[in-house]
Design a binder for this molecule. Sequence first.
Ligand SMILES: [Zn+2]
Length: 478
Amino acid sequence: MNALHALVTYGLKHHWIHSPNPSLANLFNLYKLTIESYREIHSDIETTIASLLDAGFNRNLFEPNTTTERDAFEAYLFDFIMPSPTETKMTFLRLYQQNPQKAFSYLYDLSIDVNYIKRKRNLLNVSFSYPSKYGKIDLTINLSKPEKDPKDIAKALEQQNLPKIGPKCLICKENEHNYENARMNLRIIPITLHKRLWHFQYSPYAYFPEHCIILSDAHVPMKMCDETFHYLLDFIDYMPDYFIGSNADIPIVGGSILDHDHFQGGKFHFPIEYADSIKTYTSGDVTLNLLNWPLSTIRLESEHRDALLNLAKRIRMVWSTYDHEALEIVSKSYGLHNTITPIARKLDHVYQIDIILRNNRVNSTYPDGIFHPHRDVQHIKKENIGLIEAMGLAILPGRLKTELTKGLDYILNGKVYPELAIHQSWLDTLKQSNTVHTMFDLEQAVGEKFQSVLEHAGVFKLNPEGIRAMDKFIQSCL
Ligand SMILES: [Zn+2]
């Protein structure tokens, strides 16, 4: 079978394996073939894998024949020809001694070459930007993550009564080299941050270059605390080319995974980095800026790590009990509401921490969250405004792609689509305004909506009253 030979040749070419070795017999045996007469065959890897997947399904090696199951089997096939988890960790650590970037590039390239990072699928995403009041913001309509096939859902239902073994969640370290969740080709790297064990891995559906996850060794809930700042700074000392940030630790303002402590990072400059300053402060060796950014953000900068850490901790502590009822900021009612979304970067020798102030209270006017996208913008984005959005990159639901195409048809040609009911009043306003003539124009209108989404998430609004209160809050922390 030529495709098997082509897969092995691919592994040899990348120097992951050396000469057809005995363990490859298992791979050939899977297809009931012997490896005795190995021939070097070069073919493009996508064709090779597609052909092996088709042959695998025909031989009942997996079922059903859905994207989810094909992904899992594909990861399983790559595992035969790639370095083992232990080899990968050893190579990474060896390269790290030479040059940190070299080690991270090794893991990143490996993750792409074995299609753990779904680069081709990620290209399906539709990306555009919008010149907001706060500077350029970025938007991505997420089309890369395949939707669950009904056959996968049926299979999961059949298996729901079987005893659950394996990882407790999608990011647990036990996912490495695990068939379930298509993670046989996942390789993770242990790292120690502030005397605690974490693991580094890349995200398969990268929303930005070198999008990575740093996950706690144990499956323990997200927790924002003084140590959080130490973890963040330790990471940027370990890998100065990446930023790192954390989602908040409570619902509504947090990310989608609250039950496993983790951070996200990568090699990307988000719009928030370019935000102007409204007011600058100094406290000892630390410079602070109240940013002109829709989510209430304080930027701290210093070459002195300890001074920066102390002030960041103090801001978090003061914020945790801060109240301003006229602005609807109440730290404690039916629960504790104040938390933060922190981000850290290193620019040459200067450490930078952005502290985004968050509050997750709901009331009768805003049952989904006072500082959460309000109803009038939820047709564009109703999910939590997590770390990535808070930094100015919108991840919008895939449904929007067809909805915008139909919406444009309605605006230009008056064609009515009943499924567009959630967008109707917005589309009518745009149609009457006569400002939308192309998809670009419509995307800009989406950008304007996302600007409102971000404004809704800001606890201190950037009006004179809000800025005054935020200024007073910062002064009280100095
Ligand atoms: Zn977990």
